[in-house]
Design a protein around this ligand. Sequence first.
Ligand code: FE2
Ligand code: FE2
Length: 288
Amino acid sequence: MSTTIPNATDQNPLTGLDQWDDFVEGRYREGKSQEEFRQYDKAAQPGVAEFYRLNHENQTVAFVLEKEKEYYSLQKGMKSIWEAAEFLNTMVDDSDPDTDLTQIEHLLQTSEAIRRDGHPRWMVLAGFLHDLGKCLCLYGEPQWAVVGDTFPVGCAWSPDIVYHEYFANNPDRNVPEYQTKYGIYEPNCGLDKLHMSFSHDGYIAEVMKPYLNIEALSMLRYHSFYPWHKHGAYDYLANEQDRAMLPWVLKFNQYDLYSKGHTKPDVRALKPYYDDLFAEFLPASLAW
Ligand SMILES: [Fe+2]
Ligand SMILES: [Fe+2]
């Protein structure tokens, strides 16, 4: 049974979740400034611009707190990693279902590229896990609450957030406390104190919190926090530990952005390696 991601509704302007990944990859390709890419993109991919409009208008403090309450208590049932991956696989990208890789194949491409380069096993694991939180779509969340660049809510939006102008219609614009540099936070309080815009990143980090080291958790939690890891924004909310984690997040980002290809990983052949890897770090079944 498969679930097709709804599109062409005002809630889901992307033709598929991968469209956002492709957009980000193109945005950071060499030789194109952010502004150039954005101008190009607005015309070429109106769905992406519309996606960011919905994201920036709806990711408010109230929305984020509500979603954290709903999902961070992990009440969606127990699943093994393979079960979670199979569940995610029921989501078919209807932009091109015949040629696109399945969700599991995408995860394996990332983790296998990390493994090939000889990185530690916990990082290979982080590669496999990092997008499992996209199952939020299957729980009924709209795309703008699942993918996209993340940013803290409750403080001034950095100009480094792409399509920044769409924050003009975010209701938090009218809450003076949320519009100051530090907002509801203390200077250099540490990124883990922030309420980040709701997405698959924060959700998977919550699921994995009891089991992984801080490096792997930072990769999961901040992999879409482009304003921070690519542009250096929000450093005034980060602490020394976050700065120590930044090189790991950046290292991970290379694999997230550029490991995509059209060679299908052989899931069956790789399974024994991943069975061992999951058993090394994780219980047989986890709360989601
Ligand atoms: Fe992701
Ligand atoms: Fe990814």
